[in-house]
Design a protein around this ligand. Structure first.
Ligand SMILES: [Zn+2]
Ligand SMILES: [Zn+2]
Length: 429
């Protein structure tokens, strides 16, 4: 058997892992490199030729979740390669791509992307899919994308756990350790743990729970009447945080645009079936000519989900004259580096957008596992043959985590061979 980390050992994003036996070959994620601050993507795999070459002989691609750094290159994949993504994740991705199709000049590309997405196989938690002699079983994880999975991959008598992106401090994280213990380890030992390490380069960062975030959001909403929220439109847990905080302040409408409302409907019909926290039944589609809604917003205040686009700039301008600046705030609920002028991750469009608002507060917690959580998962999984850190700018520092000593000895960050498994790790730098 062979494990190839095409990308991820020294970068966040652009994730691609390959697992193959003599009979079958699969990819876990086919992500695009993250864009730079100008929104430009530098990715030598972003072409039909490059993806045809990397998927040559590949039977199937399995996506852990819908973020571009895991799913981004899906539309280049030839039709003879089967692709799989979570059932709800597929609907969210489709909704997003339908929205993108309204951008001028993108119609044809969107058409192809939508057709590819529609053809994808759907994953459900615990349902094994067999590709030749490789078995893949998805298990639900909490992440800033809904319907995200870690995969148990069984092949050639070996068991591998690929975590994808995950975290331990979300509403949906409670099942993380019990799932590993009761559903995965109870069936046998895991040989290799392939795990994300996003937070390894941010070891000092304190991680707030989503519950704590909700409490703080409530405080801000009590202080300010008019609340704009800039957060990921497909992060069900974050949306629930603000939705719940706003609901507590009775009579204030929750406002968003049509796209966000469609996403909320998908979440309500999926995640909302299991818990009221994810039921977003009362959301109002903003329209600057809807004077009834505007009067209500002016009178009682509101919570409005916004994105850094021209449309939302116009919406804000349409509202601004009716709002007291001293009662108006933007809650910025994304990674702080995007709006940090001095950061290499700074996004000018975001910086310009947030500067429009009279007041701003940052309220965010990571979608990724803290150092503490990574260590807990490593110690619990206790893999026999190796830990392969991916999705990290600093994989080597995995050994600095508080993990059991014998596990520190089996961290694999360069090509290697162990237990009849060949491991190839491509460095991008
Ligand atoms: Zn990622
Ligand atoms: Zn992600």
């Amino acid at each position: 058997m062979k494990i190839i980390v095409h990308r991820g050992i020294d970068q966040i994003g652009g994730c691609i892992t390959e697992i193959s036996t003599v009979k079958a070959r699969i990819l876990i994620d086919l992500g695009q490199n993250l864009p730079n601050g100008e929104g430009v993507v530098d990715d030598d795999l972003a072409s039909h030729e490059a993806i045809e070459s990397i998927t040559q002989g590949v039977d199937a691609v399995f996506y852990t979740h819908y973020h571009g750094d895991h799913l981004g290159l899906f539309h280049y994949v030839p039709d003879n390669v089967r692709q799989y993504i979570g059932k709800v994740a597929k609907r969210v991705a489709l909704c997003k791509h339908r929205q993108l199709s309204y951008i001028k000049g993108r119609e044809q590309q969107s058409k192809e992307e939508i057709a590819k997405l529609e053809g994808m196989g759907e994953l459900s938690p615990g349902q094994t899919i067999t590709v030749g002699d490789i078995k893949i079983t998805p298990f639900f994880v909490s992440h800033s994308a809904y319907d995200a999975y870690m995969f148990l991959i069984e092949a050639d008598g070996k068991r591998m756990l690929h975590t994808g992106d995950f975290r331990g401090h979300g509403y949906l994280s409670k099942g993380l350790l019990p799932t590993i213990e009761k559903l995965i380890l109870s069936q046998g030992k895991v040989d290799f743990l392939i795990t994300e390490g996003t937070m390894l380069s941010r070891l000092g960062e304190k991680v707030m729970s989503e519950n704590e975030l909700q409490r703080k959001a409530g405080e801000i909403m009590t202080r300010y009447k008019n609340v704009f929220v800039m957060c990921s439109s497909t992060d069900v847990e974050r949306i629930a945080t603000f939705y719940a905080s706003n609901k507590r302040l009775k009579y204030r409408p929750l406002v968003c645009d049509h796209f966000q409302k469609n996403i909320l409907e998908i979440f309500t019909k999926s995640a909302g079936e299991h818990t009221p926290l994810f039921r977003f039944d009362e959301a109002y589609d903003f329209n600057p000519t809807n004077t009834k809604l505007l009067d209500w917003m002016e009178d009682k205040g509101f919570c409005m989900f916004v994105r850094a686009t021209d449309k939302f700039k116009d919406y804000y301008q349409a509202l601004a004259s009716r709002l007291d600046p001293n009662e108006t705030i933007l809650i910025y609920s994304m990674w702080k580096e995007y709006i940090n002028d001095n950061s290499k991750h700074a996004v000018q469009r975001y910086i310009d957008f947030v500067s429009m608002f009279p007041y701003m507060e940052t309220l965010h917690t990571s979608g990724h596992a803290s150092a503490d959580c990574l260590a807990k998962v490593c110690n619990l999984v206790n893999p026999v043959l190796g830990i392969i850190p991916i999705h990290s700018e600093n994989s080597a520092s995995y050994k600095n985590l508080p993990i059991n000593e014998h596990l520190q000895q089996i961290i694999i960050t360069s090509s290697n061979s162990t237990g009849h498994v060949e491991i190839r790790i491509n460095q991008s730098l």
